[in-house]
Design a protein around this ligand. Sequence first.
Ligand SMILES: Cc1ncc(COP(=O)(O)O)c(C=O)c1O
Length: 393
Amino acid sequence: MRPRFLIHLNVLELIKIFFSKSNVRIFEKKFSRHFKLKFPLSFSYGRSAIFCFFKAMGIEKKEIIMPAYTCSVVAHAVTISGNNPRFLDVNFDTFNFNNKDLLKNINKNTAAIILTNTFGVAQNVQEIKKIIKIYEKKFRSKIYIIQDCCHSFDAKYENEKITKYGDIILFSFNISKTITSIFGAITTFNDKKIYQKVKEYRDKNFFKKNTFAKLKRLIYIFLATIFFNQKLYFITYFLQKKTNILKSLTDDHHLDEKISFPNDYNTLLCDLEAKVGINQILKYNQIKSKKIKISKFYSNFFKKNKKIKVLKFNVNNTYSHYPVIVKNKSKVIKIFEKEGIEIGEVIQYSIPDLKPYKNQKRTKNSSFLSKHVINLPNEYKIPEKILKKFESI
Ligand SMILES: Cc1ncc(COP(=O)(O)O)c(C=O)c1O
């Protein structure tokens, strides 16, 4: 069984990493230098960074505009910080929200807008910046842009890096992301004053991991590296499908149906995680190029297929995951399973359909996508012979 995503590490590398000398500050510096970004600040989770940002900036009881089709923990972070998410529906061409809908939803209580650049498809941040300027003048209050680049590390919109815009730019390195630091995240800032405020809040309210917590991270990354090895993945797949063992592990740090944070959300990144992250920065360009190349191949392959819908290929996107809209998701997943290929389902819900957010306005497209999108592995190419099976569905 070939896994839905790969972890670009092996046990030998992990042993080397364990004995190497480096630290969190070096990881932050190397990351920001590699991506040509300013003022890096690390966290244990991306959601902790979003939470910390709102707290540091004194944003409370405000509305935060965000897409309905994104990772549930982003909405949890907004809610736990004492704010209210306002969900916008997404379109089928980019999986991001339309700026027309943004115009209808900004109001005097809007404090921030989260752009998700879903699956690495860059959002038109330049236009959003212009819209925001008009409303900031009208309401005489600041509206922050949160660039969620967890899927789109160095994506561009019309040849301009999207990270150039945004008050806070977020990158997550959990193991399902393009590069990993086990868990972990880095935010960067375009404004030194905002960086200093967030850093000050983080340094006061976040704590170093104790030895037990560090040991847990070490065990986690060893097990993940072993169990995501392609030769052993059939065991992981079996445990995933037939038992609750792996679910109980992921439930520790990710619940969709309950607004909660992991117990260690307010811990700082530790040196072990930073050292894994440093190893990964060096691999980023190669992983990204491969993902783009394979995504281009899939896009061309499916272009003329009327039964399924794929995005128009654009080399400026990073394609963290390759999305395909299909009629019958479970049937497709089963067909690929028979061929020994696991298909990803990165976002299987629309947030307003989840129990804790049921009082929010439903979002039609997002609900549809949650039931009809699969993500093809794009770190290795599914052979054409197998892709052709789509035609029989
Ligand atoms: C788009 C997006 N934003 C934010 C996050 C949150 O990252 P973390 O799991 O590090 O809290 C995720 C998590 O997978 C994500 O997919």
